[in-house]
Design a protein around this ligand. Structure first.
Ligand code: AMP
Ligand code: MG
Length: 523
């Protein structure tokens, strides 16, 4: 890995204060952004998959990826010369409450590199204990690692800002987990994912210093973040800090609008899981909408209040930004500018949400009737269980001079077509009539519209049951489906007729199956 090694560039550890204690004991870490740690060696590491796209981005050749060096470095069994692994200190609001220090409890950063005009930090998830592991073991199981590995790459190819993944490996160790938190702990295969992002900094990295009144360290970290990741904002000043908050707010909103567009539900939008770069981060009990439903969350830990349900994600983004605003306040000491940014988030959400829905409907121009058309559509989608992905993808076949065919075109999206009673069918017919009229005001032809729609409405997403099938097979020692899904999801907007079987409604067996519709935070 000569090219890779030649591009090592560790700004985080070089420019930010380190924990002075080097022991790996659980503790509160003060006035430091990170602690040096050593990944745990594993019994029998085995690579299950490597992302060719990420290899290329990092300057690692395919041949190099097949060496023992690669295997050992990216499973934590060997520390690369010139690097010193570390865990970051952060706090966070979990489910609406301040939770104090959290930190990288089972993520260990290996190094950063500058390659091809891009900066990357590499991090192992599941590589053992750190000072931030609290009561847990620092490990990860195969099922959650497959889910993170496949979904983060899938999100990237969908055009949603996200952390990436380089590799997925078994550790050869067993990990004890009580998957449903119901007293049935069992051993599962341990795994490590090497994930990659320009930075893994979270809202919580800033919150922790504000909460502790460590304003100096807070300033050091904010200055570092702006210098490296918000380079166009300028020298440190109150105005720059405000501009930084505005930029974070805008990126966060863009990310959430993308989630809404593709039907992704993060599941645990705690502030420690919010990237300050506006990347989707920490793939835990996430899920994809099958039936369109604002109230849906895959996370059983959140089943009572559904704080992180699909329809609430934009509000939670705002709530989380309030927490970040509070954290940055000591550097700005004026609430007004921060409040203006938060107000802008609300206004921009309305605008961008409308624009996003227009794009899903293939509307290029603006018309005053659009909001009503979209609201009526959303009402209709809730009448009977309607698959979001199939609905929008099939809608691109709609012909503006043949609204009567509308229902037929999208009928595959209905989970129970027999529920389409006359009253409901009438509502759909009315909507298709209005949609046809609206399309006739556009200059695009049916063909041109279909093409643009198919660039925003994916044909393939990582449906919850698909990930679960890959997991079930992997548990049996068959890893082929991981690669099949990885390949499929590289081109989510392409037709890919050879993969047509994945363009289908969720099968009935998966409706209430653990791992498909119900996921806990246990991972
Ligand atoms: P999450 O809900 O996965 O984002 O995790 C919340 C906090 O718990 C973070 O500080 C994680 O590092 C920590 N954590 C989660 N799972 C483990 C684990 N198995 N071992 C140690 N820390 C963990
Ligand atoms: Mg997390």
């Amino acid at each position: 890995m000569e090219t890779f090694k030649a591009h090592i560039s560790n700004s985080f550890t070089e420019e930010l204060p380190a924990d002075q204690v080097n022991e790996n004991t659980r503790r509160q870490v003060h006035k430091a952004c990170f602690s040096y740690v050593t990944p745990k060696t594993t019994r029998k590491p085995e690579l299950l998959h490597v992302s060719d796209a990420m290899l290329e981005a990092l300057g690692i050749s395919e041949v190099e990826s097949q060496t023992d060096d690669f295997l050992n470095v990216f499973t934590g069994n060997k520390v690369l010369a010139g690097t010193r692994p570390y865990a970051m200190c952060y706090g966070g609001h979990q489910f609406g409450n301040w939770a104090g220090q959290l930190g990288d409890g089972r993520a260990i950063n290996l190094t950063e590199i500058d390659y091809n005009q891009k900066h990357w930090a590499l991090q192992l998830k599941g590589a053992g204990e750190t000072p931030y592991s609290r009561t847990a073991d620092g490990l990860a199981v195969l099922r959650s690692s497959i889910r993170e590995y496949l979904c983060s790459e899938a999100m990237y190819h969908l055009g949603v800002p996200t952390t990436r993944a380089l590799s997925l490996a078994l550790t050869g160790d067993q990990v004890l987990r009580d998957m449903l938190y119901n007293g049935n702990a069992a051993h599962e295969k341990g795994a490590v994912v090497c994930r990659v992002a320009p930075s893994f900094l979270r809202f919580g990295n800033f919150e922790i210093f504000a909460a502790r009144g460590e304003t100096e360290t807070l300033k050091t970290l904010v200055d570092y973040t702006i210098k490296h990741f918000f380079t166009d904002l300028g020298a440190p000043s109150k105005d720059t800090y405000l501009a930084f908050f505005k930029a974070v707010s805008e990126r966060t909103l863009k990310m959430i609008i993308d989630w809404q567009r593709v039907g992704f539900v993060h599941g645990v939008m705690n502030t420690d899981n919010m990237s300050v770069l506006g990347l989707t981060i920490d793939y835990g009990p996430y899920g994809w909408l099958e039936g369109f439903d604002y109230g849906w969350t895959p996370n059983t830990t959140d089943s009572q209040h559904k704080r992180y349900r699909y329809g609430n994600q934009p509000n939670i983004g705002l709530w989380n930004l309030y927490q970040l605003a509070n954290a940055l306040y000591p550097l700005i000491e004026e609430a007004e500018g921060l409040q203006d940014v938060l107000e802008d988030y609300k206004i921009n959400f309305e605008k961008q949400s409308l624009e996003m829905m227009r794009s899903k409907l293939g509307l290029v121009e603006q018309d005053d009737s659009d909001l009503k058309l979209i609201q009526n559509l959303e009402d209709n989608l809730l009448l009977i269980e309607t698959d979001m992905t199939i609905f929008f993808r099939k809608l691109s076949d709609f012909k503006m001079h043949d609204p009567e065919s509308g229902l037929k075109i999208i009928q595959d999206a209905f989970y129970a077509p027999e529920e389409l009673v006359p009253d409901i069918a009438d509502k759909w017919s009315a909507w298709f009539q209005n949609y046809a009229k609206r399309l006739q005001k556009e200059s695009n032809s049916d063909v041109a519209r279909s093409k643009v729609m198919n660039q925003v409405n994916p044909k393939y997403v990582l449906r919850n049951y698909m990930a679960q099938m890959a997991i079930d097979q992997a548990d049996q020692g068959d890893y082929s489906l991981i690669d099949e899904l990885y390949q499929l999801l590289k081109q989510p907007y392409a037709e890919q007729p050879e993969f047509e079987k994945w363009f289908a409604r969720r099968p009935e067996w998966a409706r209430h199956k653990v791992g498909c519709s119900m996921l806990s935070c246990s991972s």
